[in-house]
Design a protein around this ligand. Structure first.
Ligand SMILES: Nc1ncnc2c1ncn2[C@@H]1O[C@H](COP(=O)(O)OP(=O)(O)OP(=O)(O)O)[C@@H](O)[C@H]1O
Ligand SMILES: [Mg+2]
Length: 359
């Protein structure tokens, strides 16, 4: 799908400088420095209560820092009210007006800005097309699924051509499958319009899959800001290493936007990878292990630990460059049957959950 939406437009630089936000004795932010490059999507990742929403609200102008500055496109906007900051927002909870259609929801911000009726309608239609919902334009918000409502919310946020897009856990109320679809969709749209975007999540997989760079926060400060690959390969400290967690790195053969990973066919994010050898990031819980005398993998050891156990494996020749790779699979008790050191096995993977990156 192509539209003229973002043609020729580039995002602005966003700088959060030394932000502190005190609530009595609590420091929701404790010296947060973060710069987003023009057009970049940064995911803020961190445990509950670390200050992610506070940072986003201060950037939006919905809250004020106790100390520090917000600079957008080189201009200090720390004291500029929210309605003059030119930012589009999507939140976790469905926030559409239920008594309005999708079309009218998307037109809402344009109406406030006194855009004339025909331009308003055309722009809203263009935005609904961008998120793949043009055919649902006349549905009321209450007649749309959760995922569709969030698409409309995204269209509404982008309709005003914001300089910055802010997303606070927009996918967390959706079920796993829709969540993965919509995260890829949001990233596609964001690349297309080129708007500088701050995406808040506590889901590391989501952050790693979508972002140009991921900022890991703890207790009101930034622990590390890096590309997903760097964050995984070189965590700056134990907090980051622990929070980002264990992932298998499996050689992948990339060709024409798809990748062969352990014999399976996996989609890569459009246009993000050149043909050749890449690396697939596979979490232990997304691997399945089936005993099979002819299987290309071999169990090295099994660590029992209650409801879930970890199985270490070595892969054999499967013609995809992964020979001799060591992998860890996490399996529930019943799946362990028949697996012991030396057992040969076939590996499966949840292809929807695999992230393929450059080598
Ligand atoms: N209005 C408020 N009054 C007092 N304390 C607050 C207020 N808003 C946030 N806090 C505190 O500030 C800290 C950071 O909150 P924030 O909402 O930014 O966390 P978060 O990272 O978004 O967490 P979550 O992942 O649960 O959404 C928390 O300790 C929270 O209790
Ligand atoms: Mg929050």
């Amino acid at each position: 799908m192509t539209t003229s939406v973002g043609a020729g437009r580039t995002g602005v630089e966003v700088r959060l400088e030394g932000l502190e936000r005190h609530y009595g004795a609590t420091r929701a932010l404790d010296g947060l420095d973060l710069t987003l490059q023009p057009g970049e999507l940064v995911a803020l990742l961190g445990p509950s209560g670390c200050g992610k929403t506070t940072a986003l609200r201060i950037l939006a102008g919905l809250d004020e820092p106790t100390v520090g500055r917000v600079v957008v496109g080189g201009k200090d906007v720390t004291n500029v009210p929210a309605n003059q900051r030119d930012m589009g927002m999507v939140f976790q909870a469905y926030s559409l007006f239920p008594h309005l259609t999708a079309q009218d929801n998307v037109e809402f911000g344009l109406r406030l800005r006194k855009v004339d009726r025909s331009r308003r309608a055309a722009r809203a239609r263009e935005m609904l097309e961008l998120v793949g919902l043009a055919h649902q334009a006349d549905r009321y918000a209450t007649e749309l699924s959760g995922g569709q409502q969030q698409r409309v919310a995204l269209a509404r946020a982008l309709a005003i051509e914001p300089s910055v897009l802010l997303l606070d856990e927009p996918l967390s109320a959706l079920d796993a499958k829709v969540r993965v679809q919509l995260r890829d969709e949001i990233r596609r749209v964001q690349l297309e319009v080129g708007t500088t975007t701050l995406f808040v999540t506590h889901d590391q997989e989501e952050a790693l899959a979508m972002a140009d760079r991921v900022g890991v926060m703890s207790q009101g400060t930034l622990q590390q800001l890096d590309t997903p690959q760097e964050l995984y390969a070189h965590p700056a400290n134990p907090f980051v290493a622990d929070f980002v967690g264990l992932m298998n790195r499996v050689p992948a053969q990339v060709s024409g936007g798809r990748a062969r990973v352990l014999g399976a066919d996996v989609a890569t994010l459009d246009g993000s990878l050149a043909d050749g050898t890449g690396v697939a990031l596979v979490r232990p819980e997304h691997l399945t292990v089936t005993p099979d005398e002819q299987g290309p993998a071999e169990v090295v050891d099994v660590q029992f630990s209650g409801a879930v156990s970890r199985v270490r494996l070595r892969t054999g020749a499967a013609g995809d460059g992964a020979e001799g790779a060591e992998l860890v699979a996490q399996l529930s008790g019943s799946r362990l049957r028949g697996l012991e050191p030396g057992t040969r096995a076939t590996l499966g993977l949840d292809v929807d959950r695999v992230l393929v990156t450059g080598a």
